[in-house]
Write a protein that binds this ligand. Sequence first.
Ligand code: ADP
Length: 360
Amino acid sequence: MASITYIDILKKLKQLKDPDSSRDIISLGLVSEIVIIDGKVFFSISVPPERAEELELLRQTAEKMVTEIDGVSSAVVTLTAERKPAVREKSSSSLLRSIDRKRPGLSLPRPIEGVKHIIAVASGKGGVGKSTIAINLALALKENGFAVGLLDADIYGPSLPWLTGLHRRPRSHNKKLEPLEWYGMKLISMGFLVDKEVPMLWRGPMVMTAITQMLRDVLWAPLDMLVIDMPPGTGDAHLTLAQQVPISGSVIVSTPQNLALVDARKGLEMFMKVGVPILGMIENMSYFIAPDTGKRYDIFGHGNVRLEAEKRKVAFLGELPLDPKVRATSDEGKPIILAVPDSVHAMQYRCIAQIIMKSL
Ligand code: ADP
């Protein structure tokens, strides 16, 4: 079954006109809360309460139109009474509310010229190994002959300079930045553009501008895949990315303990909410094998990410053990897949890359 995205639904609903104004319901900002789960689509159409009855036909038509999209098994559309913004702000999930509020007025995400696929690697919490996984996965995809780029979207805490040992500034060419070349990949990070010791005290809008520039004003083309190492959390940067460019799929990284999973779940929900397909979840620091005895220790627990993936009906991509070599090779600027190509980690990354290639 073809996997549907939020954009497919928006495109379809753009053909549906509000009977009163003859403008389409997307431009009017009436559609919100689109959720796609396993081919089932749910969304709301906001209407003034006094028009609810006469707009029942509009609701049914919207449901029928979305069900016709290839890959949609069913659609459930609800009419919701228009709410005042002040009420929305007070909602417990203000970020998701703000996605909804911003969504209708937005233009559709625009591809980056010459870039075929964008893959987001995300986690709820920092420190779970997201950047380590993003760079190793990018290298594993590159090993398959693809032209791969890696964008470090963590504006406040960029990690690419440390993971690669590169501390050069990219050159500019006709007002565009040339990404740094490293083991045949193209790289950009805020860490290459600012002094490493200067703290970043940027406000939200500046972060969004910086991310937009790293997407649009960098000479990425031609690329088969652009891997984006997302900042931790589910904040403005994620929203900017999901709204600006069509993300082919996201990979959610978590360690097995509940504290990390709670936030990973939020990341997963955010991507689902904005219609970004979930490629799957990875459990990092899944277990530890003592090098002297060969005994296995489940330091942070084990298997919870797989269970979560099953519960959410998304793919489980694999588990990576805790291994001091990963930290050591990272710190030396040589990711494990390059430093120890026959390690368990390197092999796992190659398997995960295969699954992702098939999914794309
Ligand atoms: P995040 O991007 O989620 O903040 P990082 O990739 O920067 O996390 O990883 C945090 C630290 O954990 C780094 O020092 C990294 O080398 C280390 N690390 C990541 N994965 C593993 C692992 N499987 N085994 C041992 N150390 C790891």
